[in-house]
Design a protein around this ligand. Structure first.
Ligand code: ADP
Ligand code: MG
Length: 761
C-alpha cells in the first residue's frame, strides 16, 4: 500500500469516525430532545385540558349559581312550611313539598353524635345515608350546624346555605344532580333540596372534559389517551383495572374523573400519581401498554376552587421512533455524501502531501540505479524538505565516493594489467595451486617451460613433480603451511612430454584474511642453461688453474732440471763424480719430487675418506712431529685445547697436511726463534683453531695474493702450501683466514664445522 493510499485511508478513517460519533451523538440528542419535546407537549396538552376543564367549570359555575339560588329559595320556603323538629316531618310531606317547590327531592340531614345522616327524604333510597365520609361536604354540613358561614371553596355559599357542585346521580349516572343545604338554627335539621336534570347533564356534557380530551386527541394523533385521575381514590383496593370503582362512583370521588383508562397499569400509575402529587411536577414513564411502547406523563393540576388532581397523558412512542428514523436516514444520507466528498478530498490531499515523498522515492530509485544527477528540488523546510535535503547530501557523498571508487578501480585495473604483463612477461614460470592440488592460474613462461597451455593446465592438473622428489616437495609444502619461509630449491620437474628439467623453484603461500592457507605460488626458473654454464665455467676454471699450475710446474721444475743438466754435463766432460755435486743434484731432484707431489695433490685429489676425528688429537700429533725439528731453531710450541671433544667430519691426513703447512710457515717466519701459539676451541657450530707466530709477518701488498700458486718469497719455497691448505679446508666446508702485521707476526684462523654429538673414533 502506498503512503498516499495510507494517508487518504487515515484521513478518511478519521472523518468516518468523527461522522459516526456525530451521528450517534446526534441520534442520542435527537431522541432526548424528542422525548423532552414530547413530554413538554404532553404537559402542555394536559395544562390546556386542565384550563379547558377549569374554564368549563367556570361556565358551569354560573349555571350552578343560578340553580343554587333556586335551591336556596326552595329551602327557605320549605323551612317555613316544615315542623322545626324533623321527627314531626314525614317523608310523604317532603315528597309533596318537593313537587310544590319544583325540586326533584327534599331530604333532612340530622346531626348525630359522630355523624350527619339523612333522617327524612322524599327519596327512600337516601334514607339513613351517612355523610361522614364525604370530605368537604361533611365539613360544610358541620359548619352549617355550627351557624357559621360555609368556608368550603367548592360549590356556592349563601346565608345559612351551601350548595355542592354538580354530581352524578347515585341512582342513575346519566343524570346530574345539584344539592342545596340550608340551616338557620330554627330547625334541628339541615334542609336539603336537590335537582336532578338531564338538561343540566346535556349542558355539562358540552363542557365535559371528555369532549376536550377527544378534541385534543383528534388534533394530535400521537396522543393515545388522556385521563383525569383523582388521586384520592385512584388505585384503591376496590378500583378495577379499567379505572371504574363501584364504591366510588360519584364525580367527586371517582378514580377516573374524565377521559379513558385503557392504557393503564394501576400499580405503576398509582405510584407515579403519588410522586407527581408529592413533588408537584410531571412524572414521565417510558413503559409498555397494550403491547405498545408508550410515554406516559402524569401532570399534577392545581385548581383554586376545586380539588387538585392529576392528568395522565399517554403518547405513542412510535411518533418519536418515526421522527428518529427519519432523522437517522437524513443524517446517514448527509454523512454518506460528506464521506464520499471527504474520500475524494482526502485522496487529493494525500496526493498533495505525498508528492514530495514520491519525488524523494523516485530520486532514491535513481540513486539505486546509479543516476546521481540532478539533485532534488527542496521547496520547503518541513520534515520532508529536510529529508530531501539529506537525500541530496547523501547522493552527493555517494557520487563522490563512487567517483573515488571508480578511480581506484581504474588504478587497480591498471596495476593488475601491469602486474599481469609483468607476470606474463617474466621469464620465470609462475603457477598457483590451490589446497586440493589443482592449478588455478599460470603465466606464459609456464607454458614455455612445462609445455602445458594455460587451459590444459587448469583442466587436467598435470603432475609436475617427479616421484623421486615427491617427498622433498611434500615436506617443503608442509613447512610453508606451518609458516616457514623457504629459500628457492634447486630440483627437477617433469615437462609435459615426460622429460626432466632442472629448475630452481621458489614457493610461497597465500593465506586468506583469517590466515588460512589458500594457495601456493610456485615460481620456477629453468636452471638447465645456468647449470651447464656453471659446469663449463667450473671446468674452464679448473683448466686455467691446471694450466697455470702446469706452467708453474714447468717453470719450477726447469730450474732444478737446468741445474741437474749443468752438473751432469760437467761430470760427462770431467768424467768424474764429485760427491758435492751429487748431493746438490740429489737435493735438486728432491725439490722436483716435492713440487710434483704437491702438484699431484692439487691436480688429482686422492680418494678421500671422511671420518669423525677429534681435532685436538690431530693437532697434538702434528705438534709432536714438528717439535724436535723446531727446537733446533729455538722455537717453542704453546698449545691450548678445548675441554670438550672437538669432533669434525674429516680426512685426517689432509687436515694434518694443512696444520703442517701452516706450522711450517710459522717456523720459517721465525729464523731467530720464538713461540708459536696453537689455540683450539669450540664455538656454536665449529671447531676453531688459531695458530699465531711472532715471525716476520707478511708484507701488505702480498696479503690479497695469498693462496695463489707459486707465490713465495722463500728461496726454497714452492708457494703451494697455502693454496693446498685452502683447498683442503674448502673441501671440509670450513674457512681459513690469515691476518698478519709486517715485522710483528701472523695469525691463521681455521674453522671447521663440528660434528658435535657424535663420538670420534
Ligand atoms: P712457501 O712456504 O713454499 O713459500 P707457502 O704457500 O707456504 O709457500 O707460503 C707462501 C708465502 O707466504 C711464503 O713464501 C711467505 O712469504 C708467506 N708466509 C706464509 N706463512 C707465513 C708466516 N707464518 N710468516 C711470514 N710469511 C709467511
Ligand atoms: Mg710453506
Amino acid at each position: 500500500m502506498s503512503i498516499k493510499t495510507k494517508l487518504s485511508a487515515i484521513i478518511f478513517g478519521s472523518v468516518s469516525l468523527i461522522l459516526a460519533l456525530n451521528l450517534t451523538l446526534n441520534l442520542y440528542t435527537t431522541r432526548n430532545n424528542l422525548r423532552t419535546e414530547s413530554v413538554n407537549n404532553m404537559k402542555m396538552t394536559a395544562r390546556q385540558i386542565a384550563v379547558a376543564v377549569e374554564q368549563s367549570s367556570y361556565s358551569s359555575n354560573y349555571v350552578q349559581q343560578q340553580i343554587a339560588q333556586n335551591l336556596h329559595l326552595a329551602a327557605v320556603l320549605a323551612s317555613q312550611e316544615l315542623d322545626p323538629d324533623y321527627r314531626n316531618v314525614s317523608n310523604e310531606q317532603l315528597r309533596n313539598l318537593a313537587a310544590k317547590l319544583g325540586v326533584s327531592n327534599i331530604s333532612l340531614l340530622v346531626k348525630t353524635d359522630d355523624d350527619i345522616i339523612v333522617a327524612k327524604s322524599s327519596d327512600p333510597k337516601e334514607l339513613g345515608l351517612s355523610t361522614k365520609g364525604w370530605g368537604y361536604w361533611y365539613v360544610a354540613f358541620l359548619e352549617l350546624f355550627a351557624g357559621q358561614r360555609v368556608s368550603v371553596k367548592q360549590g356556592q355559599t349563601l346565608d345559612h346555605f351551601w350548595s355542592g357542585p354538580f354530581e352524578y346521580s347515585t341512582s342513575n349516572p346519566k343524570f346530574i344532580e345539584k344539592w342545596g343545604y340550608y340551616y338557620d338554627s330554627s330547625t334541628n335539621y339541615i334542609i336539603d333540596p336537590y335537582i336532578r336534570s338531564t338538561t343540566i347533564s346535556d349542558y355539562v356534557k358540552i363542557m365535559n372534559p371528555d369532549e376536550i380530551v377527544q378534541q385534543s386527541k383528534d388534533v394530535n394523533p400521537g396522543l393515545l389517551e388522556i385521563t383525569g385521575i383523582n388521586p384520592r381514590t385512584f388505585g384503591s383496593p376496590t378500583m378495577k383495572a379499567d379505572g371504574t370503582d363501584p364504591s366510588n362512583e360519584k364525580l367527586r370521588n371517582r378514580p377516573v374523573k374524565y377521559g379513558t383508562y385503557i392504557f393503564g397499569n394501576p400499580d405503576e400509575d398509582k405510584s407515579a400519581v403519588i410522586t407527581a402529587q408529592a413533588r408537584q411536577e410531571p412524572v414521565t414513564l417510558d413503559t409498555e401498554a397494550l403491547g405498545k411502547r408508550v410515554l406516559k406523563t402524569f401532570i399534577p393540576i392545581q385548581q383554586p376552587w376545586a380539588d387538585d388532581y392529576v392528568i395522565s397523558v399517554v403518547m405513542d412512542y412510535a411518533v418519536i421512533s418515526t421522527v428518529i428514523r427519519d432523522e437517522l436516514i437524513n443524517n446517514i444520507t448527509t454523512s454518506l455524501l460528506l464521506l464520499i466528498l471527504f474520500l475524494i478530498l482526502s485522496y487529493v490531499l494525500a496526493g498533495v502531501v505525498t508528492r514530495p515523498i514520491q519525488d524523494i522515492l523516485a530520486k532514491v530509485n535513481d540513486v539505486a540505479k546509479g543516476i546521481f544527477e540532478p539533485p532534488l528540488h527542496v521547496k520547503n523546510r518541513d520534515e520532508l524538505g529536510q529529508l530531501a535535503h539529506r537525500v541530496n547530501a547523501m547522493t552527493s557523498h555517494l557520487l563522490q565516493h563512487t567517483n573515488r571508487l571508480n578511480q581506484t578501480l581504474e588504478e587497480n585495473r591498471a596495476v593488475k594489467e601491469h602486474l599481469e604483463s609483468v607476470i606474463n612477461g617474466t621469464s620465470d614460470a609462475i603457477h598457483t595451486v590451490d589446497m586440493e592440488g589443482r592449478i588455478t592460474s599460470t603465466n606464459k613462461a609456464f607454458e614455455k617451460l612445462y609445455g602445458w597451455s594455460a587451459d590444459d593446465a587448469l583442466k587436467k592438473t598435470p603432475y609436475l613433480v617427479p616421484a623421486t622428489v615427491q617427498k622433498q616437495e611434500e615436506a617443503r609444502l608442509r613447512e610453508l603451511k606451518e609458516g616457514a619461509v623457504l629459500p628457492p630449491v634447486e630440483t627437477i620437474r617433469l615437462k609435459r612430454d615426460g622429460s626432466i628439467i632442472e629448475v630452481s623453484v621458489s614457493t610461497s603461500i597465500i593465506r586468506d584474511e583469517e590466515g588460512k592457507p589458500k594457495a601456493f605460488v610456485h615460481v620456477s626458473r629453468d636452471m638447465t642453461e645456468r647449470n651447464r654454464i656453471e659446469e663449463l665455467l667450473r671446468r674452464s676454471e679448473k683448466l686455467t688453474t691446471v694450466g697455470q699450475l702446469a706452467a708453474g710446474v714447468a717453470h719450477e721444475i726447469r730450474n732444478p732440471l737446468t741445474t741437474l743438466r749443468g752438473f751432469l754435463q760437467l761430470q760427462r766432460e770431467k768424467q768424474l763424480l764429485i760427491p758435492l755435486h751429487v748431493d746438490l743434484m740429489l737435493s735438486e731432484l728432491d725439490r722436483i719430487n716435492m713440487i710434483v707431489s704437491e702438484f699431484l695433490i692439487l691436480a688429482k685429489p686422492q680418494a678421500v675418506h671422511f671420518q669423525l676425528r677429534d681435532v685436538r688429537h690431530i693437532l697434538q700429533d702434528v705438534i709432536s712431529l714438528l717439535s724436535s725439528q723446531s727446537h733446533l731453531f729455538g722455537i717453542e710450541f704453546e698449545a691450548q685445547y678445548s675441554e670438550a671433544p672437538a669432533t669434525v667430519h674429516c680426512e685426517e691426513n689432509q687436515l694434518k697436511q694443512v696444520f703442517i703447512n701452516i706450522l711450517k710457515n710459522a717456523i720459517e717466519a721465525m729464523p731467530e726463534g720464538g713461540t708459536i701459539k696453537v689455540a683450539q676451541d669450540i664455538d656454536d657450530s665449529s671447531a676453531v683453531i688459531v695458530i699465531s707466530d711472532e715471525g716476520v709477518g707478511i708484507p701488505e701488498d702480498m696479503l690479497p695474493k695469498l693462496g695463489e700458486p707459486f707465490l713465495t718469497n722463500k728461496e726454497t719455497g714452492t708457494g703451494l702450501g697455502l693454496m693446498v691448505s685452502q683447498r683442503i679446508i674448502e673441501a671440509h666446508k670450513g674457512s681459513l683466514e690469515i691476518k698478519s702485521e709486517y715485522q710483528q707476526g701472523t695469525e691463521v684462523t681455521i674453522k671447521l664445522p663440528s660434528a658435535a654429538g657424535t663420538e670420534a673414533v
